[in-house]
Design a binder for this molecule. Structure first.
Ligand SMILES: [Zn+2]
Length: 264
């Protein structure tokens, strides 16, 4: 409460008791002629305490309080901002279809933005895992195929196998090939599982060469348009923010290539 509100309390109380409106023009009083005295006289005339104090009684014991309490009448406006209209929570919810980040807006059940300033605070605290959780895991984290050879998201693609017999043969051949090469077979299995079942492998079109007649059927893979390739199998899955891939695509449209160096 400010001094002006204390004066207003006295003025309001005196005005209410006498039934007249007070003049609230500023700078009308001085050190010699104080507002407290002006309204104090009005209060005393109405039979009230000169300073606006009133005796109150305990609601528990019924006894009068030792100290009088300053009371008055004031005009004030109530805020219409209510907690119920403002509170916002979200675990999961609607996301933007373009980049996979949560939509904004309380009405839509959107996310609560961690902006640049919040990000800076977390960096200043060294809260790296919290940063990753907010900016990636709880936002647009996704698994994406990446070619380790050329470092590109954009040139990886799921392969297509013409017949189911061919599928099984290809799967067996790939397993045999990786075992023979002493590679980790789990990687290949993960590829099959990640890309939707046995036979559906992911390859890098950019690092592959077109198949020729002499190529073994075991190493040849086919894209969706009936073209056959060999190679481009040094691909892996990485966890990235979805918007990173979107950025990659936009930059590619401007003739800028992003290259990601990934090692295990
Ligand atoms: Zn590649």
């Amino acid at each position: 409460m400010t001094i002006a509100q204390m004066v207003e309390s006295m003025a309001g109380k005196a005005g209410a008791l006498h039934g007249h409106a007070q003049d609230s023009t500023p700078f009308q009083f001085s050190e010699e002629n104080t507002a407290t005295d002006y309204f104090g006289h009005q209060l005393r005339k109405a039979g009230y305490n000169y300073f606006g104090n009133e005796p109150l009684y305990s609601g528990i014991t019924g006894k009068e309080f030792a100290a009088d309490i300053f009371m008055g009448v004031v005009h004030y406006q109530r805020l219409r901002h209510m907690v119920n209209d403002k509170f916002q929570v979200r675990t999961t919810g609607p996301v933007n279809s373009l980049h996979g980040q949560p939509v904004k807006g309380r009405a839509k059940g959107g996310g609560i933005r961690v902006g640049e300033m919040e990000r800076d605070s977390l960096i200043a605290h060294g809260a790296a895992f919290l940063l990753q959780d907010r900016l990636m895991n709880c936002s647009d984290a996704q698994r994406a195929w990446l070619c380790r050879c050329c470092g590109s998201f954009l040139s990886t693609q799921a392969t297509v196998t013409a017949t189911s017999a061919g599928k099984a043969a290809a799967a067996v051949a790939v397993a045999a090939a990786s075992a023979a090469a002493g590679q980790d077979d789990q990687k290949q299995q993960k590829q099959r599982a990640g890309a939707g079942g046995v036979g559906s492998l992911v390859r890098c079109r950019r690092c592959a060469r077109e198949a020729v007649f002499e190529d073994s059927r075991a190493v040849v893979w086919e894209d969706g348009n009936g073209r056959r390739y060999v190679g481009g199998d040094d691909v892996t899955v990485v966890a990235v923010p979805g918007v990173l891939k979107y950025l990659d695509v936009e930059l590619a449209a401007m003739g800028i290539r992003m290259k990601f160096l990934v090692d295990n």
